[in-house]
Design a protein around this ligand. Structure first.
Ligand code: NAG
Ligand code: NAG
Ligand code: NAG
Ligand code: NAG
Ligand code: NAG
Length: 349
């Protein structure tokens, strides 16, 4: 009796040891496979984005960051029931800090409050009552293709240029790509400093003073701070007559404006969900400490009735919906999602 008991005890113990050993082997094999798979994915991603690293140490460092970001993205998509998804884009080998310091508005936060008094009044569109259900200035030929600011805090120049290109097209019928580099090199506002960040207000004042802005072709983008080339600067392609602010914290007023022309907005974009946004209606949990500038080029609503703004960003076409983001419209907070309604500006032509 006793011997048969100890025999079956041994058999059982052996069985347990075997099972746990074999499962440990499979787990570690799975880990190795996963590792190899994501190293392969990293190589693939490097090719897609034309990435090349200085040496193996740098490559290893970038791989670890890449892997951590991919895990964040996949776990976000798996565990959140949101109206938007994240994806592995060109920022995948950058730490969040690196992303914040290179893709946003340099070190500039907020908008320029002091310039508020110089903005023309009254609000041009205050009496507008005819507001279409949807508006997409891209379909009306008033929006140039998506551009890429690269490693330079020049979003302020891209947003200013985007909405100036649009009003130029709306008033003249000609869609012409205009120069961000001219603004980077030549705008020397008290608070605006090229790749270190800036404000649409300073850019508009410059275009007004100089009576125009050069074309992209004449003054092409370099993505670095250079000295102003006054020869090219003198040869302007588009001009404006002034600029205005949409009444603050009022998405209804913003709608009146966007129904008539694209509008530049300050937003808070320093979030990983913003960094890796790949599509859908963005409802990220951002606050309203604005650190980025983008252009609203339309609006609409989904089949489910979720209202959104169509936002043109300056991070290339690999980010978001081919470079665009749909941001939730008419939210409870008067400041708008990510603060987009805090200080919307637009040029008058
Ligand atoms: C996910 O969201 C949709 C739409 O808001 C909702 O109908 C659905 O029940 C949600 N599913 C889960 C698992 O929360
Ligand atoms: C809007 O209408 C009011 C009342 O008629 C008028 O005083 C105001 O000038 C109008 N605003 C604009 C921008 O036309
Ligand atoms: C400015 O641009 C003109 C025309 O492209 C060019 O000939 C000239 O060398 C440039 N000047 C400087 C200082 O870069
Ligand atoms: C301005 O640009 C136009 C078109 O690119 C060119 O034909 C013209 O010579 C330029 N003028 C000056 C002063 O550089
Ligand atoms: C928001 O703007 C609309 C349209 O311009 C205006 O009628 C309304 O009074 C504004 N709301 C607030 C709270 O200022």
């Amino acid at each position: 009796m006793a011997s048969s008991f100890s025999q079956s005890f041994y058999v059982l113990a052996l069985f347990i040891i075997l099972v746990s050993w074999s499962s440990r082997v499979t787990t570690s094999r799975k880990l190795v496979e996963l590792e190899a798979c994501s190293r392969e994915r990293h190589e693939q991603w490097m090719m897609e984005h034309g990435k090349d690293y200085m040496d193996d140490a740098e490559k290893e460092k970038r791989y670890q960051i890449y892997r951590e970001n991919v895990e964040f993205i996949e776990s976000f998509n798996a565990n959140n029931n949101e109206t938007f998804k994240l994806g592995v884009n060109q920022f995948a080998d950058k730490t969040f800090e690196e992303f914040k310091s290179s893709a946003l508005n340099g070190n500039k936060k907020g908008s320029l409050d002091l310039l508020g008094t110089e903005i023309e009044k009254p609000f041009k569109y205050e009496n507008v009552t005819e507001i279409p259900e949807t508006m997409d200035w891209r379909q009306r030929g008033a929006v140039t293709p998506i551009k890429d600011q690269n490693v330079c805090g020049s979003c302020w120049a891209f947003a200013t240029v985007a909405i100036t290109e649009s009003i130029h097209q709306i008033t003249t019928g000609k869609l012409e790509s205009l120069s961000e580099q001219e603004l980077i090199d030549c705008v020397r506002g008290e608070k605006t400093s090229g790749c270190d960040g800036g404000y649409m207000e300073d850019a508009f004042k410059f275009i007004l003073r100089k009576k125009g802005i050069a074309s992209e072709a004449k003054y092409p983008y370099k993505g670095v701070d250079r000295t102003c080339n006054s020869t090219i600067e003198a040869n302007t392609t588009a001009s404006i007559k002034g600029y205005q602010m949409v009444p603050r914290n009022n998405e209804t007023a913003l709608l009146q404006a966007v129904a008539n022309q694209p509008v530049g907005v300050y937003v808070e974009a320093g979030h990983r969900a913003f960094q890796f946004y790949s599509g859908g209606v963005f409802t990220g949990k951002c606050r309203t400490k604005t650190d980025h500038v983008v252009a609203i080029v339309g609006y609409g609503s989904t089949k489910e009735g979720i209202k959104y703004w169509i936002v043109k960003n300056s991070w290339g076409t690999n980010w978001g919906e081919k470079g665009y983001m749909r941001m939730k419209r008419d939210i409870i907070s008067k400041k708008g999602l990510c603060g987009l309604a805090k200080k919307p500006l637009y040029p008058i032509a």
